[in-house]
Design a protein around this ligand. Structure first.
Ligand code: NAG
Ligand code: NAG
Length: 261
C-alpha cells in the first residue's frame, strides 16, 4: 500500500514538471507545444506501464514471502506441538530410560568381557602341565647301597614334557602351584618301601612302608608345592628300600600345574 501511495505522488510530481515545462515552451517557442505535450504524455504513459509492471512484480514477491512465512509458521507450530504433546514426552522419557538401561547392560557386558579376556589371556599364556607315569615293567627296583632317583619310564600322559622319564626329574616350566601324588608298591617280605620327595636339594616328605610276612605293602602321598620356574621335583629311593612294578602298573607318579603365580 505504501508503495502504491509513493508511486501516485511521484506521478503527480512529474505532471507538475511537465506542466511547468509546457508553459515555458509555450512562452518562448509559441509553437510545437502540442507535439511536446503528446511526447511527454507518451513518455509518462510508458513510465506508468513500467511502474505498473514493477509493482506487479513486487506484489508477487510479497505474496511469495507471505507464503514462505506461513509455511515457516506452520512448521514452527508443528514443532511446538511435538515438544509439548504429553504422549510424545512420555514416549521420549520411556525411550530415554530404556536407553539408560541398555547403556548399563553394555557397561556390564564390557566388564564381563574384560574379565573373560583376562582369564583367557592367563589361560592362553599358561603352559599345559600334567603327567602320569608308571615306574617299570621289570619287577623290583632296589635295594641299593646308595639312594637313587626313581625313573618313571612308562608314560601314560606327559603334557608339557615337564617330567623327564629318562632322568626322573620334574622341572617347573613356570612359577606356580603344583600338585604331586604317587603310589608305590612293595612285593617282598620284610622290606622297607617308600621315597623322599625332593624340591631342588631340599627334602619335603619321607613316606615309608614295611612289608611283613605276606610281602605286600604300598605307600601313597600327595602334596601341593609352590615352585619357581626351573625348580625341580623328584622321588628319591633311600638306601636299602625296594619298590616293585610290573605290566600291571602298581607304582605310579602323577602331577600337574594347578595355577601359575
Ligand atoms: C515544429 O516542429 C517541427 C518538428 O518537430 C519542426 O519541423 C518545425 O520547424 C517546428 N516549428 C516551429 C515554429 O518551431
Ligand atoms: C599299564 O600301562 C600300559 C601302558 O603303559 C597299558 O598298556 C597296560 O594295559 C597297563 N596295564 C594295566 C593292568 O592297566
Amino acid at each position: 500500500m505504501a508503495f502504491v501511495t509513493i508511486t501516485v505522488f511521484f506521478l503527480l510530481f512529474l505532471s507538475g514538471l511537465w506542466a511547468e515545462e509546457g508553459v515555458i515552451t509555450q512562452d518562448n517557442g509559441k509553437s510545437n507545444i502540442t507535439v511536446d505535450v503528446w511526447a511527454e504524455l507518451k513518455e509518462l504513459r510508458d513510465m506508468v506501464i513500467t511502474l505498473k509492471g514493477e509493482l506487479t512484480n513486487n506484489n508477487n514477491k510479497i505474496e511469495k514471502l507471505e507464503e514462505e512465512k506461513t509455511g515457516d509458521a506452520i512448521y514452527i507450530k508443528y514443532m511446538y506441538v511435538c515438544v509439548t504433546d504429553i504422549n510424545t514426552i512420555t514416549v521420549i522419557k520411556a525411550l530415554d530410560s530404556r536407553l539408560s538401561a541398555s547403556e548399563s547392560e553394555v557397561q556390564e557386558l564390557k566388564r564381563q568381557l574384560t574379565v573373560n579376556d583376562c582369564e583367557y589371556s592367563i589361560n592362553a599364556g599358561t603352559p599345559k602341565v600334567a603327567f602320569s607315569l608308571g615306574l617299570t615293567d621289570n619287577g623290583n627296583i632296589g635295594p641299593f647301597s646308595t639312594a637313587v632317583t626313581l625313573k618313571f619310564s612308562k608314560v601314560f600322559t606327559n603334557f608339557g614334557q615337564a617330567y623327564n622319564p629318562h632322568t626322573g626329574v620334574f622341572t617347573a616350566p613356570v612359577h606356580g602351584v603344583y600338585y604331586f601324588q604317587f603310589r608305590l608298591f612293595c612285593h617282598s617280605v620284610h622290606k622297607y618301601t617308600g621315597v623322599i620327595i625332593y624340591h631342588n636339594s631340599n627334602r619335603v616328605t619321607m613316606t615309608v612302608g614295611y612289608s611283613y610276612d605276606n610281602g605286600y605293602v604300598d605307600v601313597v602321598n600327595g602334596l601341593v608345592l609352590e615352585l619357581e620356574k626351573g625348580d625341580v621335583v623328584y622321588l628319591n629311593l633311600p638306601v636299602n628300600y625296594v619298590v616293585y612294578d610290573s605290566v600291571d602298573n602298581h607304582s605310579t607318579f602323577s602331577g600337574f600345574l594347578i595355577f601359575p603365580l
